[in-house]
Write a protein that binds this ligand. Structure first.
Ligand code: RIB
Ligand code: CA
Length: 316
């Protein structure tokens, strides 16, 4: 794909500070034809993440259909993360009120309409629990071949962040994750293995703050808020979990990637929600995911800052 061709894209997430920054990156990069936004319940309730999605889209000038997603996981009980993202799910700087309302149709139907009508295959960037994407795959198997890939933030090949074994997005809806990983759709997996190396450090906040455009003025404050929680855990910066799933599509050169067959643990007392890689091919299964393993942090930050700066130059 040439650098000028735009990738048709659906953004599915649970904003969430890092989801919001991922959407800023997607819009500011200019590399995507963003067709729709769908919201997931995860960081906060579906009502709150949908309100946040509409506010973020208003802030960044992303006037595309936004549809509310599944209000709860496929099988497990709902779980939120107010300790990380606050009661609103996007605590911190004041944001504009939504300039438009969510669609009357739900996320699954919007995904189907967008993918069915696109002349090209559509990529999905999933940055929350994968309930919507799994529900879409179950409801519309005939459209599976029209999906370019699913670039997802989720899991950790070596460890979790919500339990010792499970990362939040997978743990919230492990059955949905299993459906996605078993679907046969090409997967780019940004797990904790790489996202916790994609750290935006305080010195980087200042580079973003110095851009002085309407979006950068918010992004640096989101970063500060997100870092506040992570600093208590000893992080040297704010981990850019969700932006990795966008960056993987437009700047794969800043990552080290490995193909693995990854299974999702959906039961168990200690390992439910684990993403289990077949390191040595002992299952006999072909790999189902291209897993991001490492990142050139400085290059990653430069690409992120380029995207945020675009809101100044292009007035977008
Ligand atoms: O574990 C990190 C993931 O959980 C990110 O997507 C963050 O937004 C939260 O949803
Ligand atoms: Ca998220």
């Amino acid at each position: 794909m040439s650098l000028t061709e735009k990738i048709p894209l659906i953004l599915d997430g649970d904003p969430g500070h890092d989801d919001a920054i991922a959407w800023v990156l997607a819009k500011g990069s200019g590399r995507f034809d963003i067709l729709a936004v769908t919201t997931a319940a995860g960081n906060q309730t579906i009502e709150k993440t949908t309100y946040n999605a509409l506010r973020v889209c208003t802030l960044i000038g992303l006037h595309v259909p936004v549809a509310k997603g599944c209000p709860r996981p496929l099988l497990t009980d709902p779980m939120n993360a107010p300790s990380v993202h606050g009661e609103s799910g996007l605590d911190g700087p004041a944001l504009p009120e939504p300039a438009f309302a969510a669609q009357s149709i739900g996320a699954v139907e919007l995904m189907a309409r967008v993918i069915r009508s696109s002349s090209e295959k559509v990529a999905i960037v999933s940055t929350g629990p994968m309930t919507n994407t799994a529900a879409f795959l179950m409801a519309h198997p005939e459209l599976k071949s029209r999906i370019r890939c699913i670039s997802l933030m989720g899991g950790g090949l070596l460890y979790g962040n919500w339990t010792p074994a499970a990362e939040f997005n997978i743990l919230v809806d492990p059955e949905a994750a299993k459906i996605v990983f078993d679907s046969g759709v090409p997967i780019l997996m940004s797990g904790l293995d790489v996202t916790e190396k994609a750290l935006v450090k305080p010195a980087d906040f200042e580079r973003i703050r110095s851009l002085h455009n309407p979006v950068s003025d918010i992004v640096w404050q989101w970063l500060e808020f997100f870092y506040r929680f992570h600093k208590t855990l000893g992080y040297e910066g704010a981990p850019m979990h969700d932006p990795c799933a966008v960056m993987a599509l437009i700047h794969p050169e800043v990552f080290t990637m490995r193909d693995y067959y990854v299974q999702i643990e959906t039961c168990g007392d200690y390992c439910k929600g684990a993403t289990v890689p077949d390191w040595y091919g002992v299952t006999g299964h072909a790999p189902n995911a291209c897993c991001l393993m490492d990142v050139n942090r400085e290059a990653f930050i430069d690409c992120l800052i380029d995207a945020v700066s675009a809101f100044k130059e292009a007035g977008i």
